[in-house]
Design a binder for this molecule. Structure first.
Ligand code: ADP
Ligand code: TZP
Ligand code: MG
Length: 269
């Protein structure tokens, strides 16, 4: 994790995004704060182009446009063909039919990292037909979780075993797995739920680290960085507005050691 943080700062890798219109700015600023480079695109040929240019691609389904019916599968396929990692954030899975169709479609080119809140991870496992235990999910309420992180454990492990990558479930305690180990990470702040894009930008930062590290290390580095920076920002702010500013400052100031020393609890999956 420390090496990933250091290498990103040294190499300034590009992790382009197809992401929602609500939080693009926060995603790009968080990617820049950790030392990465950002580029947001919408069109199918642009997705293919940035899959070739970038070290890893972030695809977030938060606000879909009709063109995404083409952009998302073509970009995921381009990543797979170029052996580039990509990160899926299945925001709001369950709203409308296109999100469902797209998540079903990209099962053919599995993401190196699937990042979402507990309800989204449970819903993806259900859609991919991976895990009977995942049927327990109550489903997302819009973009928010209604399930606990622990309720998503089996779904997360099943997705990681299917994809061969990592799954990061966010919440009060985060859970990250590669299908062999399950890692729990504490930290952050409840204020992160009051700033839209905390989850989206975590996915964008995971894509930055995936440019230089394996999926599990990248997902853990992003999660640990968020937990550290979130806790620090909460001490320095006076509410959600100043939290977001303090959070970007804290993210930019994190040392590799602070990220690597974040408390993590490992167990067998
Ligand atoms: N109650 C909480 N306490 C501390 N950190 C939290 C809490 N809820 C969410 N976080 C953190 O906020 C970030 C976004 O997580 P979450 O809110 O679950 O994502 P999403 O916005 O996609 O629903 C993660 O880094 C997570 O660890
Ligand atoms: C509010 C909202 N609506 C569609 S996408 C989006 C942003 C969700 O961001 P996050 O999942 O990081 O809270
Ligand atoms: Mg989210």
């Amino acid at each position: 994790m420390a090496a990933a943080v250091r290498e990103v700062r040294a190499a300034n890798p590009l992790a382009p995004s197809i992401t929602n219109t609500v939080t693009q700015n926060f995603v790009a600023n968080a990617q820049l704060a950790v030392g990465g480079s950002a580029a947001m695109v919408y069109l199918p040929d642009e997705g293919e182009c940035v899959a070739a240019l970038g070290g890893a691609v972030y695809i977030n389904l938060g606000t879909l446009l009709p063109v995404y019916e083409e952009t998302v599968p073509r970009t995921a396929r381009a990543c797979a063909e170029a052996a580039k990692p990509w990160v899926l954030d299945p925001v709001g899975v369950g709203i409308g039919s296109l999100r469902t169709e797209l998540i079903r479609a990209v099962k053919a080119w599995p993401a190196a990292i699937v990042r979402g809140n507990a309800s989204e991870i449970i819903a993806v496992a259900e859609l991919w037909g991976l895990d009977a235990a995942a049927d327990n999910g109550r489903g997302p309420r819009g973009v928010d979780a209604t399930d606990s992180v622990e309720a998503a454990r089996a779904a997360a492990v099943a997705i990681a075993r299917f994809s061969g990558g990592a799954v990061a479930v966010s919440g009060p305690t985060d859970l990250v797995t590669d299908g062999a180990v399950v890692v729990r990470a504490e930290g952050g702040s409840p204020l992160m739920c009051s700033v839209t894009g905390s989850g989206c930008s975590l996915g964008g930062v995971a894509a930055v680290y995936a440019c230089v590290a394996d999926p599990l290390t990248a997902a853990l580095a992003a999660t640990a960085a968020y937990n550290r920076a979130g806790a620090q920002a909460a001490e320095r702010c006076s509410g959600p507005g100043s939290f977001q500013v303090a959070f970007l400052d804290a993210l930019a100031a994190l040392t590799p050691e602070e990220v690597a020393d974040a408390p993590l609890a490992f167990e067998e999956a």
